[in-house]
Design a protein around this ligand. Structure first.
Ligand code: FNR
Length: 368
């Protein structure tokens, strides 16, 4: 069976289907897996289908402007490339492929702590005034973490995303079964006594500090001027606490369904978070992001209508990169832009500022 041509990929799911056929088994297992029975992973995308549009007609939609800002950075479209570890499992050049595509489309890239390329390689691949953020796994040795954060700020990173949903790595059985042996990685923080029998994820994550707590947030604020965003917040109480702790943002995320099984989808949590923020007049005090299962521009639009500042997208770009390299990621991003322009027209919104809850019917979510 011949590999389908790139032009035959018409949406983000198509890249996944090709990647599944052409990727090495261990790499596919690591990228595609979710925790346990993968219920949360499936629900992440399915939850978007519980929300319907209430489009407005007879709006002049000739000119569509989908630009926005995230953490003060102007972006061409309200999504960013979220952090995903071990880019070289899918492509020999690893994360810098994503850096190049992000530059071509003027979107932000979040650099993972557990990248295959070194942090400096990924920053060196940056062009012009391209913006990157750092995703941080907090080391038990805080001096290592301090050095990582200070170095990232010095190298121009514009946001610090502290992952808070992974005190222990989830149980991804596909990955465990595939007997990962070489992540092709440059991962520094794992130490030498790596137990590879538990899959790629567990092999590289033993340094992560399960004792990380709210008490550490002031310390992060004291060591960096980068905006601080908690990645992996999953309920309204913790969003309110993040505001009180002086965080600049949260990502409502369950780590792509790779951590706590039967955690709710980010979009569902968003529907509960925004009213609580508005009730307190706090919606301008914190930027709220969502990731997990975003595959269509309609998904992005639903998150923005509910009040998200932007969404993160993970696996689709990994699959596009693994199947077709830079050209694949470039096409995936272009498809999203084309979908976005059309769907903004069809719902009667010409600018991101026009997106609001009245454009949605959310009665299928929560209790309405
Ligand atoms: C991730 N994710 C992740 N998150 C994080 O904070 N640090 C990390 O190292 C990784 N690594 C990682 C690897 C792979 C292969 C995947 C698929 C995901 C989670 C990621 O940032 C994001 O939350 C999800 O990927 C979003 O869901 P989708 O877009 O993949 O459905």
């Amino acid at each position: 069976s011949r590999m389908p041509s790139l032009a035959a990929c018409y949406n983000l799911m198509d890249f996944e289907a090709v990647a599944r056929r052409v990727m090495k088994k261990t790499a596919w297992a690591y990228y595609s897996s979710g925790a346990d029975d993968e219920i949360t992973m499936r629900e992440n995308h399915a939850a978007f289908h519980k929300i319907w549009f209430r489009p407005r007609i007879l709006v002049d939609v000739e000119n569509i402007d989908m630009t926005t800002t995230m953490l003060g950075t102007k972006c061409s479209i309200p999504f960013y490339v979220t952090a995903t570890a071990l880019g070289k499992l899918g492509h020999p050049e690893g994360e810098v492929v994503l850096t190049k595509a992000a530059h071509a489309h003027n979107v932000v890239q979040m650099i993972p702590t557990l990248a295959s390329c070194s942090f400096d390689e990924i920053v060196d691949a940056k062009q012009g005034d391209q913006v990157q953020w750092l995703q941080l796994y907090v080391n038990k040795d805080r001096e290592i973490t301090r050095k990582i954060v200070e170095h990232a700020e010095k190298r121009g990173c514009k946001g610090l995303f502290i992952t808070v949903d992974a005190p222990q790595l989830g149980r991804r059985e596909k990955d465990m079964r595939s007997k990962f042996s070489d992540a092709g990685s440059n991962v520094q923080s794992g130490g030498d006594n790596i137990d590879r029998s538990q899959g790629a994820a567990r092999a590289i994550s033993s340094f992560i500090d399960p004792a990380l707590s709210w008490k550490d947030i002031p310390w992060f604020k004291s060591i960096t001027k980068m905006p601080i965003v908690l990645k992996g917040v999953q309920c309204v109480e913790d969003v309110l606490r993040a505001v009180e702790a002086g965080c600049d943002g949260v990502v409502l995320s369950n780590h792509g369904g790779r951590q706590l099984e039967t955690a709710r989808s980010g979009i569902e949590v968003l529907a509960e978070v925004m009213p609580a923020l508005r009730e307190r007049g706090w919606e301008k005090r914190i930027e709220v992001y969502v990731d997990g299962g975003v595959r269509r521009a309609t998904d992005i639009l639903k998150a923005l209508c509910l009040g998200a500042k932007g969404v993160g997208i993970g696996r689709p770009f990994l699959f596009a990169m693994s199947a077709y390299g830079l050209e694949g990621v470039d096409r995936a991003m272009q498809l999203l832009k084309d979908e976005m322009e059309m769907n903004m027209r069809l719902i009667g919104a010409t600018r991101v500022e026009d997106l609001n809850p009245s454009l949605l019917d959310t009665r299928g979510l929560l209790n309405g």
